[in-house]
Design a protein. Structure first.
Length: 256
């Protein structure tokens, strides 16, 4: 499957998106503030995806980058059902395509800071996008403060009259690493280690002129069973599609 492509079927009514951060103060968990966000739309059933998944392994160890692997479900019919895939993740990719004025979706696809995309195996192109956005006006410019105490996670974002496009705060839960033995389909016989695998998302609120403050019980976060989370601040385009990611923070080792 060479840069596998599927046509966009339409715009979903419900959004699920990632967002951003700044100052971090954590207890046992580990926190950091990335300089860029790379979202990879991938599939265990796509033969052209393993090189992109390998790139994500490198990004996962770089704390200047928040890398998130979204496993889509539209290749599940090829003989192997992706064990991480969800229809919501495919929907997110379709809505990105709408916002980016693209007629098709494909795997592997990398989207950088919610602003532009390229084939996910083109590391040089991805790196160039990250560098260009970070050095210009399209970086993660809105600080997000995250503090993890014994009992809760406290998230704070300062408001600003200059904010536009309805920025919304999201929590993205993911697992840092999982090994999968693929028994059928295009990658039959391969064992692949996937990194920063998105499992769930949660909308926390919309940021307007005033600040937003969210306190989440740590017991509930840990009960979900995922080892990491990202807090993202993302704009919404006029057509309801995902826009630019303007802030991001990361908390690892949630089970600590």
């Amino acid at each position: 499957m060479k840069n596998s492509v599927i046509k966009v079927l339409g715009l979903a009514a419900i959004m699920m998106m990632p967002l951003g951060g700044h100052m971090m103060n954590v207890a046992k968990a580990d926190g950091y503030t990335p300089k860029a966000v790379v979202e990879m739309f991938t599939s265990q059933g796509c033969s052209s995806c393993p090189p992109a998944d390998k790139i994500m392994a490198g990004y996962a160890s770089n704390k200047d980058i928040l890398s998130l692997s979204w496993h889509v479900d539209y290749w599940n019919y090829l003989g192997w059902k992706d064990t991480f895939s969800k229809a919501q993740f495919t929907d997110r990719q379709r809505r990105y395509a709408t916002g980016l004025k693209e007629r098709q979706i494909y795997t592997p696809q990398a989207i950088v800071n919610g602003r532009d995309h390229t084939v996910g195996s083109r590391k040089g192109k991805i790196d160039g996008m990250m560098k260009g956005f970070s050095s210009g006006s399209k970086g993660l410019s809105v600080p997000i403060s995250v503090k993890v105490t014994k009992d809760q996670m406290q998230i704070r974002v300062a408001g600003s009259a200059s904010l536009k496009n309805h920025p919304t705060l999201y929590m993205v839960y993911y697992n840092r690493s999982e090994k999968v033995k693929i028994e059928r389909g295009e990658n039959r016989g391969k064992t692949i280690v996937y990194h920063n695998i998105v499992r769930e998302t949660q909308m926390l609120g919309m940021l307007k002129a005033g600040a937003i403050s969210v306190d989440l019980p740590l017991s509930e976060i840990k009960r979900a069973g995922y080892d990491s989370c990202a807090i993202l601040l993302q704009e919404t385009n006029a057509d309801g599609s995902p826009g630019a990611i303007i802030g991001a923070s990361v908390v690892d080792n949630l089970g600590a």
